[in-house]
Ligand binder design. Structure first.
Ligand SMILES: [Zn+2]
Length: 474
């Protein structure tokens, strides 16, 4: 491109005004290309996207009970990891996108495939440059009912909604780079009629009522995988406090389920005690606050949503989650949430560890020992499905297989037997300390464990417990 003197003067002025305008000759101009439409997970190829790295999501969402709809704006702060001509966010279902801006300027957008929101900014985004995307949208979000993985996403309840998003589902209510390998911090401003409560991940950052509506603010300043984002709207009885060690603790029980004497107080205390117990065992609690939400949802599971798990207790009024279940979900705060598998095939690094946390909670509170539980599970006949799954690569439809949980926990117990108690508990706490807020693979864990014991024996152990099928000989 030839540049006339007058144009040069314009460039100089624009640069002085703080805008980024390139004056480099044409032969040095970067080639802008589209970001990938997936993040490369073999189980979920459409999930996540390439070409950028998200630093922060700011979600501002208003819920209207009359039509169970939402009106929202999500702002995404990201950094380009290639010269981007366009890029995708994941966005799924019937919500209507009204506008998209990139760095404050209107950007072209279209929706393709099952979950792609394709955004083309006015100008290419240079590699290494930070940019902000704002997406405004509205409608009635729809949950996902997957044939093998069950329900996730925005789930309407009789008095509001709960968003539970593992493995996918976040894209049903906010545009997102929906891959666990792109962790980011989150801010939520949730506006609901003042007779409802709205909870989310992390730290309470205030609430304000005006014109019959209350806006609840929540902050998750530490990196969070998108699948761990959570919103819970409904009529809750809230209990506010701190654990004995001083971690802020906010728990909530759906008012219809909160029917037993001291139920809220008991659930609050159980959450507090298990949070502090985990800190003693694994290292300082990973987040700025803890808690839990008990609601009537109908999904049939509890989920370790970051900093504040959700327990579905539909049709169980007056009955709190068990210590074992709370130990599982709070255990995930270290294993799965703070230390997050990069790929879904490694989900045993979440579930095996959370299940083993249950075993340890039992052992250390006077129940069955981990050895007793191991023996009981090991007695499962050789023909059972427990022995037919490759724990460290179970397949897309088997990420929640019983084997991933129980055989995953058995693997950890086998490591404990091999290296001894002292080294085993060191190994667990250093695994957390070294990978806090990060992403990991099974190979990382195997390499880590081998620092604490005989490498050959441990290789053989992992090979028979997680890399192959069949009932391992003891
Ligand atoms: Zn779990």
């Amino acid at each position: 491109m030839r540049t006339a003197p007058r144009a040069l003067a314009t460039v100089a002025l624009t640069v002085a005004a703080g805008l980024v305008v390139s004056a480099v000759p044409a032969h040095a101009a970067p080639r802008f290309t589209p970001g990938a439409p997936g993040a490369g997970d073999p189980y979920f190829p459409d999930m996540g996207n390439g070409g950028y790295d998200v630093a922060h999501y700011d979600v501002s969402l208003r819920y209207t009970p009359a039509n169970k709809g939402i009106k929202a704006t999500t702002r995404v702060q990201a950094k380009a990891t290639q010269h981007l001509s366009r890029f995708n966010l994941d966005f799924l279902g019937p919500l209507k996108v009204h506008s998209v801006t990139v760095n404050g300027k209107a950007a072209a957008f279209r929706r393709t495939g099952a979950q792609e929101l394709v955004i083309t900014p006015k100008q290419g985004l240079r590699k290494g440059k930070r940019f902000t995307v704002a997406v405004s949208y509205s409608g009635v979000p729809q949950r996902i009912d997957d044939e093998t993985l069950g329900t996730s996403g925005w789930v309407a309840t009789d008095d509001g909604a709960v968003a539970l998003n593992q493995p996918f589902g976040t894209a049903t209510w906010m545009p997102v780079n929906d891959t666990p390998r792109d962790k980011a911090s989150y801010s939520f401003a949730l506006t609901v009629p003042k007779d409802l409560q709205a909870l989310s991940n992390g730290d309470f950052a205030g609430r304000k009522t005006s014109g019959g509506l209350t806006t609840w603010r929540w902050e998750m300043p530490r990196p969070m995988a998108s699948e761990l984002a959570m919103v819970a709207i409904g009529r809750y009885n809230l209990t506010w406090g701190r654990t004995p060690k001083g971690v802020p603790n906010i728990t909530a029980i759906d008012s219809k389920l909160d029917t037993a004497v001291d139920q809220g107080k008991n659930f609050h205390k159980l959450t507090a005690d298990i949070t502090d117990w985990g800190s003693k065992l694994f290292g300082k609690y990973p987040f700025g606050s803890t808690g839990g939400i008990v609601d009537a949802i109908g999904v049939g599971y509890a989920l370790e949503t970051q900093g504040r798990p959700v327990y579905d207790r539909i049709n169980r009024p007056g009955v709190n989650p068990s210590a074992s279940l709370v130990a599982h979900e709070i255990g995930h705060q270290w294993f799965g949430n703070s230390v997050t598998p990069e790929q879904w095939k490694d989900i045993w690094l979440n579930e095996g560890f959370a299940t083993y946390t249950e075993w340890l909670q039992s052992e250390q509170s006077g129940g069955d020992t981990a050895q007793q539980i191991f023996d009981e599970v090991y007695a499962t006949p050789a023909g059972d499905a427990l022995w037919q799954v490759k724990v460290a690569d179970p397949g897309r439809d088997d990420i929640y297989a019983h084997a991933v949980y129980d055989r995953g926990a058995m693997t950890l117990h086998a490591v404990r037997q091999t290296v001894g108690d002292k080294k085993f508990f060191q190994l667990l706490s250093t695994w957390y300390a070294r990978n806090r807020d990060g992403n990991v693979t099974t190979a990382d864990f195997v390499a880590h464990a081998k620092k604490y014991g005989d490498a050959k024996r441990l290789d053989a152990l992992f090979n028979k417990w997680i890399h192959t099928t069949g009932k391992p000989a003891l």
